[in-house]
Design a protein around this ligand. Structure first.
Ligand code: GLN
Length: 451
């Protein structure tokens, strides 16, 4: 019914080529009964979201062998609605990265071109949906990790308003930016999944109920769309193609389209990386190997034990972020870095919410390039961080963003994202539906050949 592959052999072949899942379940054995909205939908879950009885690795050696004793609230809700968990998907370690190549469990390949990355950090989830291994995938978006891999793999990716989907059961990276997001091949399924899990949850103190009038707000009040001004060379031809196609489309659909400048855009990355690293360094302090995860064969004393676990257990990107985070938070320096980043964040939020008083949404690129090659020198970790500037802004402001595919360019998916004000998810779905009628999600060749 949902169009996902159920044949065991084809699934195994596609999984082997893409490496989307890191832990799999037999979906044949777990089909559910009942007449519910998502009955039988196959669900892939990023491996930083807890599913009771399944491993929870966060793509890190430090959590090897850990089995989750409970499920995230969103998993409970989706299972209650009839969704079937097919497994856990690959990610950049603890959600830090943009390629899905920095997981301790191996890399994930883009179903459109296996030599290319699926994007990150929720690359496994995006690849699973694009390759027909799942109908719905959950990811987490702290700075773009749902929207960017969705863009690379040619599917829809939603980063919801902060707090509307409970974070209970999501492994914390940067708590004030973290959101659980959804990936699908259709807007209808995106919307039913969102309706199912966008619920206030007692177990997450930052969870917020969607305001009533806003939850039904699919209206375009202004019929005006802001288009982010770009300088020449800001994005590649392939990324520009999707962006231009969508702008043209909305223009043809009667939207007034106006170019806007975001004065604060240049401050997005410094603010994001200061805040994200600071929060990550605090959140990741819990991984000591004492209660769970990796433990050394021998340690001289408790501090040697913890040091061995963290030295061996964390990958280099995670270590770098922890160092950066402790640096900006060190005693006497908070005002210089962390507090300053927070006031810049407030400034960015002010500018963006001012914009939404006059426009229904802001359309902008997701990432400066289309899916890049594994090991591409021009996209090293530093370049990947610089490339986050279009996505991080939504997380700093807490607003929703939807990544929308718009066909392909030289064989790779392209598209753009639309951001809206707080709680405007339904309006973003309406934008998505307009695009879906013109650029329905396509199936990668490898899937067509196997299935
Ligand atoms: N590239 C971003 C980072 O590494 C993505 C974070 C995310 O959304 N999990 O921080």
């Amino acid at each position: 019914m949902f169009g996902t592959l159920r044949d065991k052999d084809s699934r195994a072949q596609i999984q082997k080529l893409t490496g989307a899942f890191v832990f799999e379940k037999d979906i044949q054995q777990s089909s559910q009964q009942g007449e519910t909205s998502l009955n039988g939908a196959i669900l892939a879950v990023k491996d930083n979201i807890a599913v009771e009885g399944m491993p929870l690795s966060c793509g890190s050696k430090i959590l090897s062998g850990f089995i989750s004793p409970y499920s995230a609230t969103c998993i409970d809700l989706l299972q209650k609605a009839g969704a079937v968990v097919a497994g856990k998907t690959n990610l950049d370690e603890f959600g830090m990265g943009s390629s899905c190549d920095s997981s301790s469990l191996g890399r994930t390949n883009n179903p459109w071109d296996l030599e290319r990355v699926a994007g990150g950090s929720s690359g496994g989830s995006a690849a699973a949906v694009a390759a027909g291994l799942a109908d719905i995938a959950l990811g987490s978006d702290t700075g773009g990790s749902v929207r960017q891999p969705a863009f690379f793999c040619g599917i829809y990716g939603l980063k919801p308003s902060y707090g509307v989907i409970s974070r209970y059961g999501l492994t914390s990276y940067a708590s004030s930016l973290d959101t659980i997001g959804i990936m699908t091949r259709s807007i209808d399924l995106m919307e039913s999944s969102f309706d199912c899990i966008a619920k206030k949850d007692e177990k997450d103190s930052t969870s917020r109920a969607i305001k009533n009038e806003a939850s039904s707000d699919d209206s375009f009040k202004h019929r005006k769309l802001a288009v982010l001004h770009l300088e020449k060379g800001d994005i590649s031809d392939g990324a520009s193609e999707g962006y231009t196609r969508l702008i043209k489309l909305y223009k043809n659909e009667g939207f007034e389209v106006e170019t806007v400048h975001l004065e604060t855009l240049d401050y997005v990355l410094p603010a994001y990386y200061t805040i994200a690293s600071a929060e990550a360094s605090a959140n990741l302090a819990r991984y000591t190997g004492i209660r769970y995860g990796l433990s050394p064969d021998f340690a001289e004393n408790p501090s040697d034990y913890v040091s061995k676990v963290r030295t061996e257990g964390f990958g280099s990107e995670v270590k770098l972020r922890i160092l950066l985070g402790t640096y900006v938070l060190r005693s006497g320096f908070q005002d210089k870095y962390y507090t300053k980043a927070q006031s810049i964040r407030a400034e960015i939020r002010r500018e963006l919410s001012g914009l939404f008083e006059n426009y229904d949404g802001l359309i902008m690129p997701v990432f400066p390039t289309l899916a890049f090659l594994h090991g591409d020198d021009s996209m090293d970790e530093y370049q990947q961080r610089l490339a986050d500037k279009f996505t991080c802004i939504a997380n700093l402001c807490g607003v929703p963003g939807l990544s929308i595919p718009a066909g392909s360019y030289e064989g790779l998916p392209t598209g753009a994202q639309i951001l809206g004000p707080d709680f405007s998810e339904k309006r973003l779905f309406s934008f998505g539906r307009i695009a879906e009628a013109h650029f329905p999600v396509e199936t990668p060749k490898i899937v067509e050949n196997i299935a």
